[in-house]
Write a protein that binds this ligand. Structure first.
Ligand code: ACM
Length: 765
């Protein structure tokens, strides 16, 4: 151990007095742990691990966890530690009084490192805490140090939620087994514990089923589809959208995309995940999302048809015994591969119209006294649940399965943000519930500057549940649907670092730690670089895409991390590591387009921002007599792809409002609202407006386009500037909602002020 001079000793002791605090913020640099432990008490000094350090597993219960720790040590100092029957400086101690399944205590003093746990899972979670205290250089095997230094502390830790899940759709685009291992590694680093593998869907069947070989010999392969072509289009600007060439093959002279996992590969993966105490939960999605299977086994349908209906693909037929025989045979093999207590049957997005038309279905419903199609859907799920239960497993289904009545023993995975009562209904029915609402937990939604905040502040407990009912919510999960994720780099970008926010939310569950979390997160990027994780870089702050200047404007960008370099182009090309570096500032005095991006020292590029600059004069205010408060709004009950189509529709109703928000009375699944009137501008100047909407919206002020956020999309914020004279300015906002979760928010900023809602008093008509 390094000897301390008197002065240093005094200093450390003085600090120790302060840092007995359990507040995370004070200790971000010394203990940059994510998720932050439930309780951490800092201490002075440090513990060194060298080749001479010995490990003792007192009760011989933690062999795997000793191996896991030793792998990290070996990455750091080149050798694994020897074990000793006598007390080594590192001790794994079994203690039944640590009762939480994943709980552990960790004490580090200058002399001793002690992990105490009641289960191997708890001991493993402690190893991951230690890992985050070790130098980032140990990851990826880049360094060989003489010793590894850990800061002293006492941690008492256990998770707030039992289900801390990540989902990956390997059907729409396929991912190699080696990527699944990497995914599991990253989950483990952040103490996530449930890996939900979405193995089958319309676009590909990805698991070998011995009884039905065509599921993979045919169902795992496809010619490029419209999702592939959409990715290829985007690949022109972003190589992460290049379809992974590993999964493109030539079959009978045709170019095919796909792949599948053999049962042995998956069994090995299960064992690998188990060493990190992560369960793999397989999903075989039925009765909908089954096109890949029906292609080869058309007997599964009611009428032999296999195509997309209005919204979803045609499902398998719940009125044929052969369907149940198939489903049970498939799940029998699935259960043989996956020992998980939980098996996911999907059950979402079922087009029931074919069922309605089938005489067999009618007879079946009469015979079983099934009253409607939702009940028939539930009949299928409930019957499969009995089969699962008989094999000692629990069934999980997406929340649609509760519509027709569901057994209270099924586990409900909530996803439909636009049906907020679904988890409440499920919990009140006695079901266990896992929360995965699209907003903010669909990680296939494009990340932006708000995503991490939203994930961090997500509360898994719906407000309508009392404390007893809240116990039904066992945790949450982020889902990654891969229609637009054709590569491993793109997948990394979509889930990292968002997953770290979810990890802390579900483990530590203290929203007040957000500032501290952001600071700790910065120190994780080095580790993630070494692990070759292509995470999304931190956002450049306060970027405005549609800029307006009168005489000139200045572009200066504060780097979110000191070691980043910001580079730009003005010729429309994408910024590269070789592009011009942005100095302190750039003066803009002519209309132009600037593309900027941040680069890390290893050359990873952050999001590219396209900044358009246009010259304007201040729009003169209008004179309007007899205005009253609020805007006049018109409501249209119809589906629109673009706001420009609203003008062709017939209005349903009109109302006056001073709030840019979807009124609570609106309940149509698809609709549009237009807002007209004036906005009263208090001071002449250049204003920035931020329009966040799901789906599309267009904001015009003084007849000028300010924000174009049009089209059918999830919640996205776009911004734009406009030069406005003081007084009344014509205001026009068009909003469309296509279906699914909706959002509508308008904020502004003036002269660099913080973003604020546009005050209600500014709206007139
Ligand atoms: C889902 O997103 N269809 C569960």
């Amino acid at each position: 151990m390094m000897r301390l001079s008197y002065f240093k000793k005094f200093f450390v002791l003085a600090v120790a007095c302060v840092c007995g605090l359990q507040y995370a913020g004070a200790q971000d640099a010394r203990y940059p742990i994510i998720p932050y432990p439930t309780s951490l008490t800092s201490a002075a000094g440090s513990f060194n691990i060298s080749a001479a350090t010995r490990v003792t597993d007192i009760s011989s219960k933690f062999a795997n966890e000793v191996t896991q720790l030793n792998q990290l040590v070996k990455q750091g100092i080149g050798v694994a530690l020897k074990q000793s029957n006598k007390t080594g400086a590192i001790i794994f101690k079994y203690d039944a009084s640590v009762i939480a399944e994943e709980g552990y205590r960790l004490t580090i003093t200058p002399q001793q490192l002690t992990i105490t746990a009641g289960t191997p899972t708890g001991a493993y979670r402690a190893v991951e805490t230690i890992r985050q205290l070790l130098p980032a250089g140990i990851e990826g095997g880049g360094v060989k140090l003489k010793q590894l230094t850990l800061p002293a502390l006492t941690v008492n830790d256990q998770p707030a939620y039992a289900w801390r899940g990540m989902h990956l759709d390997v059907s729409r685009h396929f991912f190699s087994i080696s990527y699944l291992r990497k995914f599991i590694d990253i989950m483990a680093l952040y103490k996530m514990n449930k890996f939900h593998l979405h193995l089958t869907d319309d676009q590909g069947w990805r698991v070998e089923i011995k009884k039905y070989p065509k599921l993979t010999s045919e169902g795992a392969w496809r010619t490029f589809n419209n999702q592939d072509s959409a990715c290829m289009k985007k690949a022109k600007d972003n190589p992460d959208f290049i379809i992974d060439p590993k999964h493109i093959v030539k079959k009978n002279g045709k170019t095919m995309y796909g792949g599948f996992y053999t049962q042995q590969q998956l069994k090995d993966l299960v064992i690998y995940a188990a060493t990190k105490h992560i369960d793999i939960i397989p999903e075989i999605d039925m009765p909908g999302h089954m096109m890949a299977a029906i292609n080869s086994y058309p007997f599964l349908t009611c009428n032999g048809e296999n195509k997309f209906g209005e919204l979803f693909s045609k499902p398998i037929c719940p009125a044929n015994e052969s369907t149940y025989e198939f489903a049970q045979n498939v799940f029998t093999e699935i259960m043989d591969i996956f020992p998980s207590k939980y098996i996911h049957i999907g059950g979402d997005e079922v087009d029931r119209t074919d069922w309605e038309r089938s005489a067999t279905v009618k007879d079946f419903m009469k015979q079983h006294e099934i009253k409607d199609m939702a009940a028939l859907h539930s009949y299928f799920i409930n019957r499969m649940e009995k089969f699962f239960n008989a094999k000692g497993r629990k069934l999980i289904g997406w929340d649609e399965v509760i519509e027709g009545g569901i057994s209270p023993t099924a586990i409900i995975m909530y996803w439909r943000g636009w049906v907020p009562d679904a988890p409440v209904k499920a919990a009140k029915n006695g079901n266990t519930v896992i929360m995965t609402p699209g907003e903010p937990l669909y990680f296939d939604n494009l990340p932006d500057q708000y995503s991490i905040y939203k994930v961090y502040h997500f509360n898994p407990i719906p407000a309508k549940l009392n404390s007893e009912e809240a116990k039904s919510i066992i945790g949450a999960q982020a889902n990654i649907w891969s229609e637009m994720i054709p590569s491993e780099n793109r997948a990394d970008y979509m889930f990292m670092p968002r997953m770290t926010a979810l990890a802390e939310r579900l483990w530590t569950s203290n929203q007040d730690d957000y500032k501290s979390y952001l600071k700790r997160l910065i120190s994780h990027y080095k580790r993630l670089d070494n692990l070759k994780v292509h995470y999304r870089l931190p956002d450049l702050p306060n970027m405005v895409t549609e800029n307006v200047f009168i005489d000139k404007d200045t572009l200066n960008i504060k780097k979110p991390m000191a070691n980043m370099q910001i580079r730009y182009t003005t010729d429309g090309s994408l910024p590269l590591v070789t592009s011009k570096a942005l100095g302190e500032r750039l003066i803009i005095n002519s209309p132009q387009t600037i593309k900027v991006a941040a680069f890390t020292p290893i050359g990873s590029r952050g999001d590219i921002y396209t900044l358009n600059y246009k010259k304007q004069t201040y729009a003169p205010a209008e004179k309007a007599a007899n205005t009253t408060m609020g805007l006049s709004a018109t409501y249209y009950k119809a589906f629109f792809k673009q706001t420009s189509l609203i003008s062709k529709a017939i209005a349903d109703s009109t109302f006056t409002t001073n709030a840019i928000a979807v009124p609570s009375s609106v309940n149509a699944p698809s609709f549009a609202i237009t807002y007209r009137g004036y906005i009263e501008i208090p001071t002449t100047g250049v204003y920035t407006f931020y329009l966040n909407c799901d789906d599309g919206g267009i904001l015009k002020i003084a007849g000028r386009m300010v924000v174009d956020n049009d089209g059918n999309h999830s919640a996205i914020e776009k911004n734009g500037q406009v030069a406005l004279g003081k007084g009344l300015q014509p205001f026009a906002l068009d909003f469309i909602e296509g279906g699914g979760g909706f959002a509508l928010k308008l904020k502004y900023s003036f002269n660099g002020s913080a973003l604020a809602e546009v005050p209600a008093s500014w709206f007139k008509h």
